[in-house]
Design a protein around this ligand. Sequence first.
Ligand SMILES: [Zn+2]
Ligand SMILES: [Zn+2]
Length: 583
Amino acid sequence: MKRFLLVTAALVAAVAVLVGVTLPRRRLSLAAPTDGTTPGIIHVHTNRSDGLSPPDEIAAAAARAGLKFVVFTDHGDATRRPDPPAYRSGVLCLDGVEISTTGGHYIALDMPASPYPLRGEPRDVVEDVRRLGGFGIAAHPDSPKPQLRWQDWTAPFDGIELLNPDTSWRLWTQQATASIRSPKSGAPGSAWYARRRLAVALLDYPFRPAETIAGLIQASDALLHHWATLAARRRVVTLAGIDAHARLDLRDDPGDSRSVLPLPGYEPSFGVMSIHVRPDRALSGGASADAAMVMRAIRGGHSYTAIDGIASPASFEFTATNEHGTVNEGDELGAGGPVSLRVRSNAPPNFTTKIWSGANVLSGDHREQDFTVSAPAEPAVYWVEILPTDRPNPLTWIRSNAIYVRDSVPPARPPTRRPAAASLPIFDGRSAAGWRVEHDPTSLAAVEAAPIVGGAELRFRYGLSGGASVGQVAALVFDTPRGTTPHDRLTFSIRAEHPMRISVQLRGGAGQSAGDRWQRAVYVDTLEQQRTVYFDDLTPVGETHGSTPAFDSIRSLLFVVDAIHAKLGDSGRIWIKKAELQR
Ligand SMILES: [Zn+2]
Ligand SMILES: [Zn+2]
């Protein structure tokens, strides 16, 4: 017994020494001259999806962490009606959604419920969120997990998550498990280095949780370059998402609750970092008016990110002035004469402030809390970073949104497609000859010519079965006769009973591509609209022989209603007035 006590005491002493040696520096407490911003947090999961707690408890944790707003982003397809903005425990709660596309996760804020599920290709989800009036954020584009990582750099998303502690955690664990045979050197970047950092973090977490998580945050240079390339052409709001779940899946199996730790908790996570938005006016206490103001600031990029686990509370202002006037971060300024960039902050003495131009440092190592830098008159994208200089792992404390100095001439428009030189009508405007339907055994579909003044339109009726998912599908099909001249696009006029997305597909019928399908999802409104689908813009459905279809092997054109873009149990009618193959 005595020996046991001795061993225990020795162990406790060893752990205490280890913790004492490894503990991250306590966050610096700063005197905060108010900068007019409101601190909050974006990207929080509740128990409505894979988070641990209900919104009320999370709001209370946010209040204890000193936050003024929190944006919930539960996983979903955007068909759930978002909760109206509400103050809970004095914290303004906004309700958004994190949508899973085939090219990564997309966060949508400030929009009503979608009439149909938002799924499928990232470019379509970005378009849908925009049409619904929402603000979309490309989530964790540097996640090591391909299913999560945002991958579409050409879609016109509104904002981008440049920091995400969940991604940092995944990067560390991936690195730590990278190679069993990795050298035991322990140098940064090695598996042993990552293992040591994680082990130390688990040891330190109970004592200084926010500081420990902050110390693990990794920023990606590649991501910064991606953003800078985009920002040279258009505004892209930069944000940090906390991605808080208050649960840690040790085994990557969401169904296995035995391997879930309630870590890191919401409150410690909320102490790690904050988004400071700069509303036009002080918040009034009225939830919907305040929510509109916070959203306007988020949309406008009138915000900066502060890692509170380093120093808190932050105070920061960034302005640019030239002959056209003075603007704040997030804004555009017409090019005109030299630009003076002014930064004010409450950065402590050992911190350094850098002004960046795109992905290059314009002016570095400023130790002052208030300084102005002169920049050339040329268009550029400026942003500011403040870091502590007195610790081994350089970590950004404050990261601003950008100020865009632009030429007044509008940017060149993207090239448009050449007009069609020839077309082949596949609907004669009188009868449904040549058209037929296909559907799974549980669903229904029918096509007929519906009379209108001066002729007829194609009317497609469908009913997907409800209940369990059994591959529900209903399709309107046109079989192209053998020997049809190759065409490169399909143009059609279409409307539907309710707003929806259908999948326009080409299906191979000859040789090795028999049964192969390629698709492009198209939005269909209740008002008739003309749409053109270019065949080189189609993407494969499942595995195909070739990434785009070869027209001479194509036997069918399909207008498909499926369980990706429609709710199970959905039924309705679609009318097509004109349909032409073109080239
Ligand atoms: Zn995600
Ligand atoms: Zn998430």
